[in-house]
Design a protein around this ligand. Sequence first.
Ligand code: 3UK
Length: 526
Amino acid sequence: MQDHTVVVDHTLTRSTIMFAPVFNVAVPFIDHHLIEGRSEKVAIRTVAGDVTYGELAEQVNRCGNVLRDMGLMPGDRLLMIVKDCPEFFYLFWGAIKTGVVPVPVNTLLRAPDYQYMINDSACAAIAYSPEYAAEVAPALVSVARRPEVLVTEGDDTALQARSTGASTALDAVAAAAEDDCFWLYSSGSTGRPKGAVHRHRDIVVTCVHYAVDTLGMGEDDVCFSAAKLFFAYGLGNTMTFPLWVGATAVLSDQRPTPQMTFDLIDRFKPTLYFGVPTLYAAQLRALEQASRDVSSLRLCVSAGEALPPDIFRRWQARTNLIILDGIGSTELLHIFISNRFEDCKPGSSGRVVPGYELQIVDENDAPVAPSEIGRLLVKGDSAARCYWNNPKKTAATMRGEWVNTGDTYLQDNEGYYVYCGRSDDMLKVGGIWCSPVEIESRLVEHPKVLEAAVVGRADDDALTKPEAYIVLHDAGDASDAMANELLLHCQDGLARYKYPHWIHFVDDLPKTTTGKIQRFQLRKRD
Ligand code: 3UK
């Protein structure tokens, strides 16, 4: 096989993927389209204009050269705090083409999180959209090693200006399918985020088994994702999937609201829409007020947290469209259990995606009896190699070829997988990780708070939101005004989706004899 090629043998049951010994994933996803005659085809659409596959390949090369000129070497990390815009593509693929490891991170985080990631990744450079300057600048003040800094747009030191003067020619660095390629940070209930190290091949595996074999994606699709590119979910939906099949991605740097998503669907006429349950619920409320044109869509997808069956049914009744719920993770890169257009069971995550294997096990790691609940393990070729610099967390999660998802599941008598909750205390709010410990830590920073415990509670749409139980130093201080004050205090230090939706004042918290908060006791309260 020639350098950088990948051959996919599509069979009825499962596709096999063969990589050339020399393989840089930027070649099939970027360069290949020029050879296939797609130069004039639109790769990216935004309200600011379109980018063709030809322009994309050129900008990726320019950006790769800018990174090289900054002194970045193969293996160096490039931390990316970048909004959804074409520059995200240029940086991600320009880095990979030169052997630099891009690390896109959540743009909703705050300075202390970024400072941690700069130190943990020991990144050689950080690229950010100017919108995030207020959180990035303080993060850079006291880091162990100051990275090179690249703002995406602005003055003549910005990426856009530097790219203009850079060469449009760039050869892909020779790599192998199994080499490290990019990282994504994932949060845990305790401790700091962990960098999941992904290989070149992982991207191809998700595109073949999920985008093509499960969703039936093709060149004529136009993809729009409410989940942003920095999530593994968004990264597949509107970047790697469309680039694999030569389709078109729609990007927006705006916060996903019902209005924003419907306006974009109306304007760009996507065929595939990727959302999260919270947003589907909000979109439904908006549709009940005024109908919107979604007739361009052939399919909707939901992931990030379980899709309540009621939302599936109401969406289908309003739009005539099916929402395919599927579970994915940062560690597996994308969805590994999914419903299908022709095989969909609301209230379940569906069946295993080809290319993956599943096990539901008990506390001794033995398979559970049929229809019994257990911990879900998954095996597949898109699994992260390890967590960066974290052998303990790596050993706990990646057990040989099997990845411990931290989720509990059962397989029902029809073979569908049904989500039964986390096996740790982590919450998914609007599809985004939320550690109760982090919210509690912020709450106890308030001088009047003695102790705090946070759990997930279902709202009226059956979607999880954080709920806080607070013990005050002086019980007499408990009031609605105090609750408001605590909310403002949270707004000051936490990302928006982490604010508690309900605050209860209590005299004490349920604890184990060793003093650990028993969150499960609080979850049982009405
Ligand atoms: C939960 C779900 C029930 C579950 C993701 C699609 O969410 C993604 O990645 P994360 O690393 O979180 C993984 C965890 O989220 N979860 C995700 N989807 C579902 N629970 N039903 C679902 N449909 O706890 C899982 O372990 O943020 C989603 C594609 C790529 C992704 N990384």
